[in-house]
Design a binder for this molecule. Structure first.
Ligand code: FMN
Length: 411
């Protein structure tokens, strides 16, 4: 008999009309990454793509995913499975989201809003970074149904700015709040530094040349203006880009203490995650404070190289948390297959950062939509291949995970 479903799985099944055409040129995220440096200034690509040190953290994240193998079950499914999921009581098209970033607008001016719009259209979560290039209010307009917000610590004056930010987020209808805990210190990233990016944005002659020879990027700059901490501008006053950067550096810093997490928990009325968790005991601590979700992450390998890959600590965190909280994972996602691996190991959803920057650098306006389509298409095929009839069923798969960490009681 003719096997219709096998044929279907070879056809790109993304939503956007241009997906089939784009799929021919950019069939995986690696193609987007390869194209990105041709469209954006050197410093912009380096900023978005770099890890800490010599990038060993990024390499480890990718290798950790590649090492995870799954044994499929066959004969169980007549067609490609749906990918829809419920996260914190809301329905999304797929368990895939966009991670918060500060500085997407440096990689591509206007990138934050492009990603937000694409996420809204696709029905997947979009997380605005507090240090990002669009305001809370702007994102609320273009991504009202999928809007998550990430906060760093603004502790001066008894958290005056931090508390005001969550007030704004609440008023703007943000669905989920994430507090980032994994930046207790600022670290330096060598590629960023070598590319000429310092504590201020002062383009050198070389950087200006790099901008001049990237006309598409320049046009985006003309349309959107210089990169800036958009959400923080209202606190910095009517000052220029560098004054805003200095203001942000002064105000923002250190990681939230558990006592502070508890205070934010009290004020924030909706679901709340802590982001950057790698130790099961920290997950337990968060649950004790009434946190609804654990965001397992090593910041995409950008803090220091020696951190455990988040996918490798995921099983231990899942077994500690059980059904008591939603588990989100990021750091190293490059395909829908990686998303399936994270689901198989117990995550409720997987988010990606850098690959969305590659998408926008490679393809401008249509980049994020293409990557979302690609990830959903790959996820659907991967679920279908292993015999999972839904994202949740991926958990039933038999998995070999050589890098999995075991935590002894005294760890
Ligand atoms: C350019 C860039 C900026 C980032 N800025 C933030 C940030 O402001 N806040 C935050 O919580 N995480 C930030 N992250 C980390 C991401 O949220 C996410 O944890 C990480 O990118 C996931 O790994 P991946 O890049 O391998 O997908 C940033 C990541 C990148 C690439």
């Amino acid at each position: 008999m003719h096997d219709v479903t096998a044929t279907q799985s070879f056809l790109p099944s993304g939503r956007s009309p241009q997906f089939a055409a784009l799929h021919k040129r950019f069939p995986t995220s690696a193609y987007l990454r390869a194209r990105a440096p041709r469209n954006v200034p050197f410093f912009a690509f380096e900023y978005g793509d770099t890890g800490a040190g010599a990038d060993a953290g990024i390499v480890d994240n990718w290798a950790a995913f590649d090492a995870i193998k799954v044994v499929p079950r066959y004969g169980v499914m007549p067609s490609l499975p749906p990918t829809t999921v419920k996260l914190f009581g809301r329905q999304y098209t797929a368990p895939i989201g966009i991670a918060p970033m500060g500085g997407p607008s440096l990689v591509w001016p206007g990138a934050d809003l492009l990603m937000a719009k694409a996420a809204q259209e696709a029905g997947i979560p979009y997380t605005l970074g507090v240090a990002g290039g669009a305001t809370i209010e702007e994102v609320a307009k273009v991504a009202p149904d999928v809007f998550w917000f990430q906060l760093y610590r603004f502790a001066r004056n008894h958290h005056k700015i931090g508390f005001d930010l969550i007030r704004r987020a609440q008023e703007a209808g943000v669905k989920v709040l994430a507090l980032t805990l994994d930046v207790p210190v600022r670290t330096t990233r060598s590629r960023e530094s070598y590319a000429g990016l310092g504590s201020e944005f002062r383009p050198s002659a070389r950087m200006i040349y790099e901008m001049m020879v990237r006309p598409k990027w320049l046009m985006a700059l003309v349309r959107n203006g210089y990169p800036r901490f958009a959400t923080l501008r209202s606190y910095a006053g009517d000052v220029g880009t560098n004054e805003t950067i200095n203001f942000a550096r002064r105000e923002m810093g250190g990681a939230f203490s558990w006592e502070e997490v508890a205070r934010y928990r009290e004020r924030w009325k909706g679901p709340m995650l802590v982001k950057g968790i790698l130790h099961p005991a920290d997950a337990e601590k968060a649950l004790a404070l009434g946190i609804d979700g654990i965001w397992v992450s090593n910041h995409g390998g950008r803090q220091i190289e020696a951190l455990a890959a988040s996918i490798d600590v995921l099983p231990a965190i899942v077994s500690t948390v059980g059904k008591r909280a939603t588990i989100v994972l990021d750091s190293g996602i490059r395909s829908g297959q990686d998303v399936m691996r994270a689901l198989a190991l117990g995550a409720d959803a997987a988010f990606a950062g850098k690959s969305f920057l590659w998408s926008v650098a490679a393809l401008g306006d249509v980049g994020p939509s293409h990557l979302i389509d690609l990830y959903i298409d790959e996820l659907r095929s991967s679920l279908g291949q292993i015999g999972a009839r839904s994202p949740a069923e991926a958990r039933d798969a038999v998995v070999r995970h050589p890098g999995a960490w075991r935590f002894d009681r005294n760890d």
